[in-house]
Design a protein around this ligand. Structure first.
Ligand SMILES: Nc1ncnc2c1ncn2[C@@H]1O[C@H](COP(=O)(O)OP(=O)(O)OP(=O)(O)O)[C@@H](O)[C@H]1O
Length: 873
């Protein structure tokens, strides 16, 4: 039993030993596996760490690379933007910076050649931004290539006063309140002209043209709610056109406060307190640049103006004059400098001869046309003697610009070259016509002489006929368009004469210089291509329109006191820009004129001066005359208009109209001039208003008899009776009748008017209406030939139809101190005359005059045939 137990114990023990062994083995295996797993874990951990470390370094490298690229790109962009801001098409408002980016970028908005810039916000903030923009634009473009038009109705330009120095180069213009519409009209005109130019060249913008034909025009509109009223619907439509069509033409609007139409070209910027925001810079907050101070602006603008007009100093007027006077010959041409070239110091001359033969000068009022003409005339007259050059000077504007060349009460000298001066003739177009007729006559004289000598041009005529004087004639007509305004006989004849002179004057040495400020004047010519083509010398002052060729816009860009001179009909390549000196100084001119006057040829006549505002004096009777002098004709010779009293039927004269002073002057001049002959006179006065003048006249007439309402019947009866016994009439008798229409009823003038003249009894009478004269002739439908001549005052042309050869009457609009005279026996058409003023000494009582109340001596009394005073009847 024990052994069994022992065996059993042994067996258990052995089993337990085996089990323990097995457990130890399993444990050792597990331990070694755990160790291996731990090793693996460690290795993985190490590898992970290494990987993480590598990735971090890599990421750091990548981050650095990205940052470096970003910095470089930002700097590149900043550089590009900076270069943009010096490009004139973009304008810098301030700066923008993106979050997280240390680089600050310029805030640029497009303007020139792109669009418009419209600000909103408090006016003072906006105005500061506008000043920044304008100064930037002026800085970016070449000097002279940006022009400003400023509409600032509230402060009358004060908001942008710093820009005023640009005015010295005509680069800024301030438009006053009320001027907006006109300024917009001008801009639209300009767009139209530039568009035509651009389209003609096959482009769409002026920027595509080279050279650029016109500077940029920046229109600054500083309006507010109150001034918005000035934008009438028409002005609004024009503004709309400027906004839509301006940018391709270089015309841009900048401003605030007006309802600017929306268009893709308008960049809007909202401004407040030094900050701004605009879609054009992605709505990023803009920090506006510090606005320039007024003094900074002024300094800069002065520099721009100076640069735009820079160059060596311009010649003075004295420098245009030669060292010795009158040394040049005019056989081939007359030529003289008018200034120095822009940017240079060489003198630029204007010449007239075979080519170019005639000149057109244009420019708006105040642009310097007259000054240029003075400069040219001074330089010409100093070079050519009066035998070489003759001047005819006419000025149709109100003013006396050429009067200084004629003698006056203060200065007896004259410019010896001047043959004729017409001033204040704006209402006397007839005087322009008279000059053209005179030149036409001269042309015919020269053409006949040339034919005799077989000469084809002036140089040949002068060579063939050295003993005669054939100066070149230069006729200057300022504001000549006045002559061509009106569809009447004056215009028609003037155009015909101009055409003839322009065509044939070239070879005969007759040259026309036409000046005008008015585009319409040039346009009046423009319709006559043949005429304009002869004016190949063109001179365009700043802003002159239509003087140069259509596509030549040089006059738009030139500064003040310069001119584009072009001797090839205005085509662009022939442009020469000249700086014209101040030649208007009176003292300088007086010295020059005195010097030349002192050396004038001994037979040099004083020029004829026609002053439309002056009243001519009745000339002294030169000879015994049988013609009545009525007034001065409007012509070069200042001839008196005369009405001969021949013994032919109808040699009676009617003065018609209600202007008593002028009617009296005409009748007085007629009677006094006739008194140089040997007629006897009766003076009839039927209007109390002129009784004094009539009595004075009567007293001045040798043997004059005076009749009034009470006695006129006796005179008419006496004269009518004399008609029936012609042998009773001795010598010539003239009845001067004041206000015939006021005579008492029953006194019939018809026999006297119809049959008197052939028997030596002439009636020179004043009727206040044409109808009353017609009544005295027998009523409507009666013959008017007893009135051989008439002088119309304030009577309309149509009223004169029965007395005039033109159907419907002459074209006549009554005007002060002018009358229309027609002599049936000699005139084809009536002519305008100026009634004379009667010198007081001509009205001194005649020693042979009868007392006023004396109506005595019988006309038919042979004892009175020599007009000696006789006894009373
Ligand atoms: N080159 C110049 N230098 C200095 N002053 C000048 C010059 N040209 C013109 N002026 C001055 O400018 C003013 C206007 O000139 P001017 O009378 O010649 O102009 P305009 O074109 O004839 O004008 P308008 O047609 O109204 O008569 C005058 O006072 C004149 O003295």
């Amino acid at each position: 039993m024990a052994s069994a137990r022992s065996r059993l114990v042994a067996e258990v023990r052995a089993s337990l030993a085996v089990a323990r062994g097995q457990a130890r083995t399993a444990s050792a295996i597990a331990e070694s596996r755990r160790a291996a797993a731990l090793d693996r874990l460690r290795a993985v951990r190490d590898a992970h760490l290494a990987c993480v470390n590598g990735l971090g370094a890599q990421r750091e490298r990548a981050r650095r690379a990205i940052e470096a690229d970003f910095g470089a790109a930002a700097r590149r962009l900043a550089d590009e933007l900076a270069s943009f801001s010096s490009d004139h098409t973009q304008v810098r408002l301030g700066t923008v910076s993106a979050p997280g980016c240390e680089v600050v970028l310029p805030a640029l908005v497009p303007l020139l050649d792109h669009g418009h810039l419209w600000f909103t916000g408090p006016a003072s903030d906006v105005d500061a931004a506008v000043r920044t923009v304008l100064l930037r634009v002026l800085t970016a473009a070449a000097p002279g290539w940006v022009r400003l038009t400023v509409y600032d109705p509230e402060r009358l330009g004060g908001t942008l006063s710093g820009f005023a120095p640009l005015g010295a180069a005509s680069l800024v213009r301030f438009v006053g309140p009320g001027g907006l519409a006109a300024a917009l009209d001008e801009l639209v005109d300009e767009i139209q002209r530039l568009n035509a130019l651009v389209l003609a060249a096959g482009h769409t913008t002026v920027a595509a043209l080279s050279p650029r034909p016109a500077p940029w025009s920046v229109v600054v509109l500083l309006g507010d709610a109150a001034t918005a009223d000035e934008l009438t619907p028409a002005a609004r439509a024009q503004l709309d056109r400027v906004v839509r069509l301006g940018p391709p033409c270089g015309i841009h609007v900048v401003g605030r406060g007006l309802p600017l139409p929306s268009a893709p070209t308008v960049v809007r910027v909202s401004v407040t307190s030094g900050r701004a925001v605009s879609q054009a810079v992605a709505d990023l907050p803009i920090t506006l640049d510090r606005p320039p101070s007024a003094s900074e602006i002024a300094t800069h603008c002065r520099a721009v103006a100076a640069a735009a007009t820079s160059g060596p100093p311009a010649a003075t007027f004295e420098e245009l004059l030669p060292e010795s006077y009158w040394t040049c010959g005019a056989a081939d041409e007359v030529s003289a400098p008018v200034g120095t070239s822009l940017g240079g110091s060489s003198l630029v001359s204007l010449g007239l001869g075979d080519d170019p033969p005639h000149a057109l000068i244009g420019g708006p009022s105040g642009s310097g046309k007259t000054n240029l003409v003075y400069a040219w005339l001074g330089a010409l007259c100093a070079r050519y003697s009066p035998d070489e050059l003759a001047l005819y000077l006419l000025d149709f504007k109100e003013g006396v610009s050429f009067a200084r060349f004629a003698p006056s009460a203060r200065d007896e000298s004259w410019l010896p070259h001047v043959r004729l001066v017409g001033v204040n003739i704006n209402n006397d177009r007839e005087f322009g016509l008279a000059l053209l007729r005179h030149l036409g006559d001269e042309l015919r004289v020269r053409a006949a002489a040339a034919k005799r000598f077989d000469a084809t041009k002036l140089a040949e005529l002068r060579a063939e006929d050295p003993d005669s004087r054939w100066p070149r004639i230069v006729a200057v007509i300022d504001e000549f368009q006045v002559l061509l305004t009106g569809r009447d006989a004056v215009t028609t004849e003037a155009v015909t004469l101009l055409e003839d002179l322009a065509r044939r004057g070239r070879s005969q040495g007759i040259h026309l210089v036409l000046a005008s400020q008015d585009v319409s004047g040039i346009e009046a010519l423009w319709g006559r291509a043949g005429l304009v083509a002869q004016f190949t010398l063109r001179v365009a002052l700043p802003k002159a329109r239509r003087i140069l060729a259509e596509t030549n816009l040089a006059a738009e860009t030139i500064p003040r006191f310069t001119a584009v001179v072009n001797a090839d009909s205005g085509v662009t390549p022939a442009n020469q820009v000249v700086r014209v000196p101040d030649a208007s100084d009176r003292a300088l001119w007086r010295t020059l004129q005195h010097e030349m006057w002192a050396h004038r040829p001994p037979d040099s006549p004083a020029p004829r001066l026609f002053d439309g505002d002056a009243v001519p004096l009745l000339p002294a009777p030169s000879s015994l005359s049988s013609s009545a002098v009525l007034g001065e004709t409007i012509d070069v010779g200042a001839r008196p208009a005369v009405f001969p009293l021949t013994r032919a039927p109808g040699r009676n004269l009617a003065v018609l109209g209600t202007r008593a002073t002028e009617a009296t002057a005409i009748l007085t001049a007629a009677a006094l001039s006739l008194s140089a002959g040997s007629p006897s006179f009766s003076v009839v006065c039927l209007d109390e208003g002129v009784a004094g003048a009539a009595a004075t006249l009567c007293a001045a007439l040798p043997g004059g008899r005076f009749f009034d309402r009470c006695t006129v019947g006796e005179l008419v009866a006496e004269l009518s009776a004399a008609l029936d016994s012609p042998t009773d009439v001795v010598g010539q008798h003239v009845v001067i009748g004041f206000a015939w229409d006021a005579r008492p009823p029953g006194i019939d003038l018809k026999p006297l008017l119809s049959r008197g003249a052939e028997q030596g009894i002439h009636v020179l009478g004043w009727w206040r209406t044409v109808a009353r004269l017609r009544d005295d002739l027998g009523g409507p439908g009666s013959r008017t030939d007893p009135i051989g001549g008439w002088v119309a005052l304030d009577v309309h042309g149509t009223d004169l139809s029965a007395l005039s050869p033109q159907p419907g009457g002459p074209t006549w609009y009554p005007r002060e101190r002018r009358a229309l005279f027609f002599d049936r026996s000699s005139d084809r058409a009536p002519q305008v005359i100026v009634p004379y003023e009667i010198p007081a000494d001509r009205l001194a009582a005649s020693p042979t005059a009868l007392p006023a109340q004396n109506r005595g001596t019988r006309l038919t009394d042979p004892a009175n045939s020599d007009n000696a005073a006789g006894g009373t009847r």
